[in-house]
Design a binder for this molecule. Sequence first.
Ligand code: SF4
Ligand code: SF4
Length: 496
Amino acid sequence: MSSPKYIVLTAQKTPETEYDCACPDMPVTLTATPSKHEEDCACPDTPLKITTVPISATPSTHSPLRLTPQLYTDTLPHGYTLAFSPYSPAGPSVLNRAAFARLQAFQTPQPPVEAVDFTLAAQNLLVPVDTLPEMAWGRVSTLTAWLHVTNACNLDCPYCYVRKSTAHMSEATGEQVLDRIFRSAVQHGFQTVKLKYAGGEAALHFNMVQHLHHYAQSLATRHHLDLQAVVLSNGTVWMPPMAHWLRENGVKLMISLDGTGAAHDAMRPTAGGKGSFAQIEKTVDTVLLPAGIRPDISITVSGSNAGAAADAVAWAIERDLPFSLNFYRENALSADRHILQLEEARIIAGMRHAYQVIAAQLPTRPFMNGLLDRAQMDAHTHTCGVGQNYVVFSHSGAVHQCQMQLANGVSLPVNTDLLAQVENGKIPKISVDEKDGCRTCLWRYRCTGGCPLETYRATGRYDVKSPHCNIYTALFPEVLRLEGLRLLKKAGVLPA
Ligand code: SF4
Ligand code: SF4
């Protein structure tokens, strides 16, 4: 009798979309089984990774396996089932009827026999009887640095944390900052330096961005390090030569868009009170895309514009642009703007509407990491690289742990070791496994308890779950479902 045809679809790693916090890019592969997956499932640039409990890659090992605890399932079209557990190394898996039946057979622990058993074990849907996968330190390969090129901006967004002025980074300061970054990268064994050119509006000082980047290129060459870079921009001042420079130098671009038309204009007006959407649209369609630049679209979702997120998503999908939906973070300059606050029902409704738009158009490019604020689908334990492999430089060269701290102007005490300097800042390195309320959460290794600064602002503690936990828990199942549908479409089960 022939064995059933098992199909297990899963994305091994989920690429990052650009947003302002510190997270890396990751390659992705889509695998349909039966076949055995590689075991290294962790994001290469994430400080911590999940370690699959060693299981022999050959059926000669007969240690009994059992169904993972906290198995989450959802029914998908055409008889497929989405399966996920806190220990899944990447996102969810999608199983056909035969594979799901085989998975369920392990409600009675038994040794792995068939190839599909090892595939399910590689996804930690099957785990050893007497132990569980454990999070373990992985190698950190990327040092990410925010370079606050300028305080100047031609927009006046109500949630901005930058005290606007004409002050900007000088060439001498920028070079000293870059010298420190690369010295630290070499000292601590990083392989890659990632630079975020930001402001204010960094493109207003594009000559400085170019100068800094060329200087960084020379340092990267001298120290045999890889260099990645992105300009974080409001998207209003780009000209064709600037776009060509980005392409020639492999520098990415992230543009903020908080809706379309009047909804965006209300969130991101010019300093003179006019709208900026029309200019951004024109820039993307007539300058960037013709030059081969596909900007990442960063959508900040607040109580004020939650209903507009879906339009921004549709706008990005229409142009085949990566996008991310990020939650507004209250800061010292925006605290009195109560309309921006994340009122749960409104945010959930707005995000659901955006997800409906995604489901209707369903890109096949991986998009899960951009769907729910800082949630990342590869298993990890810390929300960002703060205090570990992320450092923020003000225009004057002062060091901060996080760009949100630029608003209060309080920088870190001087330390010749850059990483020790950020490690000793106020934001502690707390794993999600140490956060009250998170330790047994199904979503803990995707959410990791949310932005630590936002949690501290709301609770006065870093070691508790996010104030937006209800939003996250309401939306995670829908994020997983979108990924399940994407995998089915990518595999040709759903029509293109
Ligand atoms: S904040 Fe909530 S959803 Fe996030 S890990 Fe903690 S308990 Fe889970
Ligand atoms: S502390 Fe919050 S805002 Fe700052 S880098 Fe981390 S997640 Fe982003």
